[in-house]
Design a protein. Structure first.
Length: 131
């Protein structure tokens, strides 16, 4: 800085330009740093692992890969979703694979003119046939 001052270059302008450039780069990388920090948190605390079925950020899918900036999901209809780790680290995650069993609810309809007892028989037979 002293050498530039001796050559007659305004140091104040030079420092102001460097400061503005540093601020611009810092703002541009802030999201990247947040995703990096989120990736580190996910890798440390392991709220899910590869192969788990999770629901997060409005997406449901199987975790295919956990990278340092994003987590890659594959949806049931075979779409590939990349979710930034920042949102996963601070948002809510539903991990469907954490428990060995899961309760599933079904709703069945029957017409007003149909035989209700026959409907129960069909449902009982279907449940008995399923493991």
């Amino acid at each position: 800085m002293t050498a530039l001052s001796v050559l007659g270059i305004e140091i104040i302008c030079f420092v102001a330009i460097l400061s503005a450039a540093r601020l611009a780069v810092g703002l541009a990388l802030s999201g990247t740093f947040q995703n990096f920090a989120g990736g580190v948190i996910i890798l440390l605390f392991k709220p899910y692992k590869v192969g788990d079925v999770i629901e997060a950020q409005g997406y449901l899918g199987s975790v295919k890969e956990i990278q340092i900036f994003v987590t890659i999901l594959t949806t049931p209809d075979n779409k590939r979703i990349l979710i930034p780790n920042c949102g996963l680290a601070i948002g809510s995650i539903v991990n469907f694979s954490i428990q060995p069993t899961r309760r599933v609810g079904f709703t069945f309809g029957i017409g007003y003119g149909d035989d209700v007892d026959k409907g129960y028989e069909v449902l009982d037979r279907l449940m008995a046939a399923d493991e």
